[in-house]
Each structure stands twice: as C-alpha cells, then as structure tokens.
Design a protein around this ligand. Structure first.
Ligand code: GRF
Length: 198
C-alpha cells in the first residue's frame, strides 16, 4: 500500500510510520508528503527519506478549493491508498474526501469523543484534560469525515494522568503512545484486521 501524508509541523508521527515501514513492521510504502507549511520539520524529514514532497496551500493555489483539488490530484497521481493526517492543521476538503472515501485517517491526542472538535489541538487538548481532572487520557485514530474529530474510531489506547502532570509532561507521554499506536493501526489496516469500509 502507498501511504500519502498531510503534515504541518514536526512530523514525528510520520517519522514513526516511516521507521515502521523501514524495519518491516509495517508493509507499506511512504510515498509522498504534502504540507501547507514549507518550513515544516515534516517536509525536511520527508525529503531526507527521499519521498516526493509538495508545498500546497490556499496561497500557493489561490483558494482553499483549489488547494483541496490540487492535494487530491497529487495523492491520486502517486496512487496513494491511505491518506494519513499526521499533525495536519487544515480542514480536509470535500474533493479529497470524495477521491479517498473511507481512506483518510487522523490521529488525535485524547480519547475521543472527549476533548475533540474545532480548536482542540496541541496543548489545548492536554490543558482541557488537566482542567477537567481526568484520571486518564490517550490517543485515538479515526476516519476523517466533514466534521472535526467525528469519523469512525479505528483504535484507541490510554495513558494515566498523574497528579503532578503539566501540559508538557502529559503531551510527552501521549506523544510516545501516538508513535506506537499509529504504525500499529496502519499495520492492522494493511493486514485487513481493521476494515476501513463500513
Ligand atoms: C500530534 O500530537 C497529533 O496527535 C496531533 O498533532 C501532533 C503532531 O505531532 N494531531 P507531529 O507533527 O507528528 O510531531
């Protein structure tokens, strides 16, 4: 299976998936990375891994709709089987969802349906978990649809929230789990243990 990534920042989750492909734990090819942010660490990582790399956003294409169309075209031209959002900070447009029905997946750093929705990203999520006094939090991998964080849940795993946790300590614990759960879930998809089609 060919994997296409949409990324905005550091790209540590993308890297964990690439590493799983390289070690043979995941039988798939990381083929292309697209970012709205040309200075992202993620694009540097993808370049180092000899993947095809594209910088596409509403400014490069003139509008959100054209960017959506262009991203869908690029993913199709690389015969991408699964579109992986890994820290991608833009909403996915309808063209991508139409071209890749039940084939776009995302990682969220909390146990959805809790702590999801618009504005719930990065430290906002962990701050909300801490201020709600949760005893555990975790990671969710889910299908992407038109609504933020509302697609079918494919896998989840949890970590404890400790009494002395800060946003930083909690996000570090969650990110370590993300790096494990994302490649494992994609491997389950590739091996047909998780079925994307409903
Ligand atoms: C992760 O916490 C992920 O859950 C969220 O954005 C962050 C991306 O981190 N969607 P990275 O760019 O993979 O390092």
């Amino acid at each position: 299976m060919n994997l296409g990534f949409l990324v905005s920042h550091n790209g540590s989750n993308m890297q964990a998936i690439i590493d799983a492909c390289k070690s043979g734990k995941l039988s798939a090819i990381p083929i292309v990375a697209i970012s709205n942010n040309k200075d992202s660490g993620a694009l540097q990582r993808a370049t180092s891994e000899c993947m095809a790399v594209f910088h596409i956003n509403s400014k490069t294409e003139g509008s959100e709709e054209s960017a959506d169309r262009k991203i869908a075209q690029v993913l199709s031209s690389y015969n991408v089987d699964i579109v992986i959002l890994a820290g991608y900070m833009r909403k996915i447009g309808s063209e991508i969802l139409k071209k890749f029905p039940n084939r776009v997946i995302n990682i969220h750093p909390a146990l959805l349906p809790k702590f999801g929705g618009q504005g719930m990203y990065g430290h906002n999520v962990h701050a909300a978990v801490l201020s709600a006094g949760e005893k555990e939090t975790g990671v969710t991998i889910h299908l992407v649809n038109e609504e933020y964080d509302k697609g079918r849940i494919l896998s989840q795993a949890s970590v404890p929230v400790l009494s002395n946790d800060t946003c930083e300590s909690l996000s570090k614990r969650v990110l370590e789990l993300e790096h494990k759960l994302y490649p494992e879930t994609i491997a389950d998809i590739v091996n047909n243990k998780i079925k994307l089609q409903t």
